[in-house]
Design a binder for this molecule. Structure first.
Ligand SMILES: [Zn+2]
Length: 314
């Protein structure tokens, strides 16, 4: 096996990448997921995507292995997509169906784990052994890589970073619990909090550029220096984020925590203050084993790179 194909399945599109033995990208492509036509139709799309990429970069099928990142609960050991709300699939033997079509080895994992592997191996985490990726998007997801290995938990159902409670009687989460990390630190939660702040404060400067309908995850950051209400939202967000990250830091003590997803686009505006709070809450302080908070670097390509990394030998 000399070449590695990474497939990142999303609700709308499937991204593919072919890496050479050194991990250099030879070819990338995108296809429409089409999972509404069922799992088999989606596998046909993936097979076609793989075949197209291989012929484009002149790689033979016998020289590849395929890694797939997929949204939902994934039994990575048995290659089964246990449940995915996004794709509307349940108990679907994804790895076996792809193997039938392509006749090459196929490994699968959850899309968040794949993104974490991608960032760990090719992105912001590549010079470290213990890294955690936390994605701040529609939800809060991520993956944990300890001693160079992906930590998935029992039946690969673990590492659900977003569903750690940081406010015991807090806001209701999509999962049914109250006060989850995701209920406070997703982009969705940030937007909700921004809108509430605007509605409660009709004189906020945020109204000069946004309405409560157009307010988004950037709104409060945009007005941070000019508007006390915006500053209050950002400070609120940063404190909750730091609480969750400090919990992760204290349990796993990674060398680095990488922030991905839409909110991470704030860069230093986010990582610098969050680092200060995390440092204060780090067990034993920062002198012996500090934990660095950085922005992830691969953006939307992390998943495809990480899927390929899944079948690479270290
Ligand atoms: Zn939850």
């Amino acid at each position: 096996m000399k070449y590695y194909v990474g497939i990142d399945i999303g609700g709308m599109t499937i991204k593919g990448i072919v890496l050479d033995p050194e991990g250099k990208a030879l070819c990338e492509d995108v296809a429409v997921t089409g999972s509404e036509r069922g799992g088999d139709a989606m596998c046909d799309v993936i097979a076609e995507l793989v075949n197209n990429m291989l012929s484009k970069c002149g790689v033979k099928k016998k020289d590849i292995a395929i890694g797939v990142g997929c949204p939902g609960v994934i039994d990575s050991k048995n290659g089964v997509l246990v449940f995915s709300g996004n794709l509307n699939l349940r108990d679907y033997p994804l790895a076996a169906r792809l193997h039938e079509r392509l006749d090459v080895p196929v490994s699968i994992t959850n899309d968040a784990n794949a993104a974490a592997l991608g960032e760990a191996k090719f992105g912001a985490g590549k010079n470290y052994k213990n890294r955690i990726l936390v994605t701040l998007g529609t939800g809060v997801g991520g993956g944990i890589i300890i001693d160079g290995k992906l930590f998935e938990g029992y039946k690969s159902a673990g590492a659900e970073i977003g569903h750690m409670v940081i406010e015991r009687h807090g806001d209701v989460c999509t999962c049914g619990r109250r006060g989850c990390f995701e209920a406070y630190c997703s982009a969705t939660a940030l937007v909700r909090r921004t809108r509430r702040q605007m509605e409660d404060n009709p004189r906020s400067a945020m109204w000069t550029k946004y309405t409560s309908e157009t307010a988004n995850g950037k709104t409060a950051f945009d007005f941070y220096h000019d508007d006390i209400d915006a500053k209050e939202v950002v400070d609120w967000y940063i404190k909750y984020l730091a609480c969750g990250l400090a919990n992760l830091a204290n349990i796993f003590r990674p060398e680095i925590i990488m922030l991905g997803g839409g909110v991470s686009e704030q860069g230093d505006n986010l990582t610098v203050p969050v680092q200060t709070y995390v440092d204060k809450e780090l067990f034993g302080g920062t002198s012996y084993a500090p934990v660095k908070i950085v922005k992830a670097s691969l953006g939307s390509k992390a998943g495809a790179y990480g899927a390929a990394a899944l079948v690479m030998k270290d």
